[in-house]
Design a binder for this molecule. Sequence first.
Ligand SMILES: [Ca+2]
Ligand SMILES: [Ca+2]
Length: 228
Amino acid sequence: MFKHKSTLQILLVFFSIIFLVTNCKQDPQFKDLQINDIIYTDIFPDTTITSIDSLAYNNNWFCYFPYPSVSSKSFYIDLDKDNVDDYEVVISYAYYEMSMSDPCTNNSFSIHIETLSDDSIAIGDPSILIEGDTINNSFRYYKYLYFFANHPLGASYLIKPKPSTDFYIGLKLKDNKKFYYGWLNLDVNGYTFYHILSPETFEHSVTIKGYAINKAPNTPILAGQTNN
Ligand SMILES: [Ca+2]
Ligand SMILES: [Ca+2]
């Protein structure tokens, strides 16, 4: 009798396991274990940086000068979240003694992104993308990309893209001979005039909103794509 009870217990345990395994296979939670290749980082709240603390008015020259006169701020991006920064967004200002007759023209502003830590990490061109644009190997990739630059050596000039709101750029990481594509979403406000006549119209900032990488190698990603 004891032996039969033991056999019954074993059978009960056996069928319980079968039931559990069968049941688990049908459990919807297992469907959630599908690998999502997109690693999305939402910067929240969106982060705006500027290199300038204040503007000081010069009564002799009738224009404003930024302070400090040489400044730079950076925002670092770890695209694939491996605790190693991959890109640096840099905003900077400098005053150059170029023109004695009109010091108001001696301002230099720039906003750019550059690669870090590995020369195989790159930034895409075309550099102004909108949501849904495909980022793949058809782009040309560089270590630096200037969104905006304004130097007293020449006329005020803009390097692609024109300062813009809510646009994307393509990114590329190389690892073990495989390429991974990503995007960065940002606003760029660059000052296009040498003479700063009004603090109200002066803009010198970059806002970082979010970024993502497709961990499926050699596979395109769409600008703004946050999941598969
Ligand atoms: Ca990284
Ligand atoms: Ca954001």
